[in-house]
Design a protein around this ligand. Sequence first.
Ligand code: FAD
Ligand code: UDP
Length: 367
Amino acid sequence: MKKYDYLIVGAGLFGAVFAHEATKAGKSCLVIDKRPNIAGNIYTEKQENINVHKYGAHIFHTSDKEVWDYVNQFCEFNNYINSPVAIYKDELYNLPFNMNTFSRMWNIKTPAEAAAIIAAQKAELGITEPKNLEEQALSLVGTDVYEKLIKGYTQKQWGRPCTELPAFIIKRLPLRFTYDNNYFNDRYQGIPIGGYTAIVEKLLEGSDVMLSTDYFEFIKENADIASKTVYTGEIDKFYGYEFGALEWRAVRFETETIDMENYQGNAVVNYTEAEVPYTRIIEHKHFEHSDSPKTIISREYSSEWKIGDDPYYPINNDRNNELYQRYYERSKEDKDVIFGGRLGTYKYYDMDKVVRAALDAVRAELA
Ligand code: FAD
Ligand code: UDP
């Protein structure tokens, strides 16, 4: 007899949703995580009466009504709308790319004027079918916006020239010819009141949880602990990098508590020029209008990843996607292991897509 139905590796969003649904269906789950805390990258911690997003700013947004209703069972969301600003040298612009951005950039007022400038800049370049991020960005917003707001930021974030990056990354951002600074097009958006960690705590109720426990050590002594494994760590590591290592971008945060009420007046400020070493500064209190007399900011630095570092962003270029495909094919042979989440499927997933994928996976499993 196995002690548990499922060993779930990773107490992040994917693992926690899977555990919750499986437990509800009467299955027993052991959730392990190598970190000392639950919640994976959405972990938040209260300091100075401010919920600090320890692994980077997280805004929940989705158009998937079932996912929105699902997460709302576990907490109430506030009405936060993400509206970052971008600083390029001594100029300040609204994001995403919209009429506020264009008006500031070209001193114009109407959508027709903005569209005409972009069309003229695009015509000069003669791009018909964008092959990479640079060509995609240039053909969407023209040269000025690309040079000031995209090129430096993207190269800092990904550590590669925009010509070597896939076009889909830039398509994450809305482009609109209205005066609307909402960073997302989704129907639903907000920040959980009380932080994300509380959601994951609720999801994990009824499961056994072991923290500071690395799967590869744990499994040596506990090979028979569960009938099946749900693995949300890196897939290539699971297979001992037998086909080679997938590449990731790592992120590092420098967090500072400052004795002032309001440091930058916005939750997210991007620094888009290449010369500023960080990509953005997050001021955590503005995600939820905290009335703390102090403020906490995090400068976000993007860096090269090497085996052993925490992986953050998959680098979905052709080389890595082909390599992932080999691991994926290999994983089909392991019928007792379910791979999931950002790391297990090597996908640039937002939280709502992770919840959706976890619900689909657990339903398929329990059907
Ligand atoms: P994770 O949260 O990474 O969880 C995986 C867990 O597995 C980790 O806790 C890890 O410690 C554990 N683990 C790995 N290997 C092992 C092992 N060998 N043994 C034991 N445990 C192991 N999404 C949005 O929707 N909105 C946003 O604003 C947003 N902002 C983001 C900002 C940043 C900087 C980043 C990096 C991501 C952002 N995301 C955002 C994406 C979001 O973080 C992910 O979609 C989500 O957290 C993924 O959940 P997961 O469970 O797949 O992975
Ligand atoms: N981006 C940019 N300038 C900005 C913000 C974003 O060029 O000021 C580009 C960059 O290439 C980034 C992509 O848009 O990787 C997607 O941005 P998003 O904010 O979705 O990234 P994430 O929140 O996942 O870090």
